[in-house]
Design a protein around this ligand. Structure first.
Ligand code: BTN
Length: 264
């Protein structure tokens, strides 16, 4: 599989040498974290056919059935302080949309902060994590994309809110070709990450379908209703509450329910 992925990449792609394939792995993000702590370089890419313990945001699991999706993590080592990376998850989401558009000819929307949606259904999720070790800081971007599942393949609780790219496009979407397109789009994004923040956030705002929607903010066991008015430069959601005040909500421990009715 590794050779097949490499065959889709340009011969001089700077991350070719650091790309690893796993038939099965617990979680590409977990492995990538371990490798980052052990000193792995910028551009380390891990791609799996199957994950036995795929992880999502807020401690949730990510279903990763064999051969049906893209399960990919990349390690970046940007030369900056972590406070300069507030927009990282937004940048990753835009790069993921670019990869999907390249292969499928269809551009997903982004449900704040970093779920890709088509219509009312989630087709992909992103988990970004920072690590600090003896070799400095590492930023891990993990992307999981549903490619080949049929509606009945999703477990009951996901069936009404998830879909695969094959279902929404009506064509088979090859996880290998899509993984290669993501490696290309993520590498391009990584070169612009620190120099082109404004342009990246402008693209994020254009893709974000949450803005303009009435939403519920869910934090632990509290739910607050509001209206999403925008996204600031750090990626926080600007929410207007019924008493008129505007709050910048960072993604952290918060999930939103909105037009899609699902909690993420
Ligand atoms: C979410 O939907 O909350 C985020 C899902 C992120 C899933 C990807 S799959 C590759 C990488 N490895 C993981 O364990 N998680 C991410």
């Amino acid at each position: 599989m590794k050779e097949e992925i490499l065959s889709h990449l340009s011969p001089r792609h700077p991350w070719r040498e650091q790309l690893q394939w796993f038939d099965t792995v617990d979680s590409t993000n977990t492995r990538c974290k371990e490798m980052a702590l052990a000193g792995a370089p910028h551009g380390t890419v891990l791609i799996a056919g199957h994950q036995t313990a795929g992880r999502g945001r807020l401690g949730r699991s990510f279903q990763s059935p064999d051969g049906q999706g893209v399960y990919l993590s990349v390690l970046l080592r940007p030369d900056c302080a972590p406070t300069q990376l507030m927009h990282l998850t937004c940048a990753a989401a835009v790069a993921a949309c670019d990869g999907v558009e390249q292969v499928c000819g269809l551009r997903p929307g982004i449900k704040w902060t970093n779920d890709l949606v088509v219509g009312k259904r989630k087709i992909a999720g992103i988990l970004t994590e920072l690590v600090h070790g003896p070799n400095g800081m590492g930023a891990i971007i993990g992307i999981g994309i549903n490619c080949r599942q049929r509606p009945e393949d999703f477990p009951g609780e996901l069936r009404n809110m998830a879909a695969s790219l094959s279902t929404v496009t009506g064509r088979d979407v090859d996880p290998i070709a899509l993984a290669a397109a993501l490696v290309e789009s993520l590498e391009q994004m990584s070169r612009r990450l620190l120099t082109d923040k404004d342009a990246i956030m402008a693209r994020y705002r254009a893709d974000c379908v949450t803005v303009g929607q009435d939403i519920s903010l869910v934090r632990a066991d509290t739910v607050r209703r509001g209206h999403a008015e925008g996204v600031d430069d750090s990626g926080a959601l600007l929410v207007r509450f019924p008493d008129g005040h505007l709050e910048a909500v960072a993604s952290g421990e918060v999930s939103i329910r909105g037009m899609y009715g699902y909690i993420l």
